[in-house]
Design a protein around this ligand. Sequence first.
Ligand SMILES: [Zn+2]
Ligand SMILES: [Zn+2]
Length: 175
Amino acid sequence: MPRRTQAPARQQARQPVPRRRMTTRRCRCCGELKAERAFERADQYRRRVCRKCRRDNGRVYYRANKPRYRAANARRIAAAQSLVAARLSASPCVTCGEADIVCLEFHHVAEKEFTVSELIFARRRSLAAVTKEMDRCVVMCGNCHRRSTAALGRWTLHRVSGVPVPTVPMMGAPT
Ligand SMILES: [Zn+2]
Ligand SMILES: [Zn+2]
């Protein structure tokens, strides 16, 4: 941590690079004088409330509004699930034509970032992100998906089974 005091003249001669002055600012929330890096950058300026206060305030706000946050999250999940159901209903298995959506899965044929359910539940992503991920997939039933994974992964059981590889339009890595 750089000291605020100026170095003695003879030391300055040995260090020609001027030491950057440490700037501080006072937090509008806790009133403490803190180093500039304690304040988050936002676009062209730094925030006037320190990181710690923003974090603490956010927690308080979340606690106070928890039911609203939870309801919004439940609505997002429900909307994402109906998107998924609509997509699966419209797309029977590309290999065998299975149409029962309970048996259908997304098989990535373009670069995979996350599975569709990871996006919805773990990563809490938007409906747009879910749609984008579904667009990277073809729909396959669980059996055909397993067979294609086994074939692509050269599973021993697939080699000895002699079952032909399901035909899938492959554009990217197997998933
Ligand atoms: Zn503060
Ligand atoms: Zn199938």
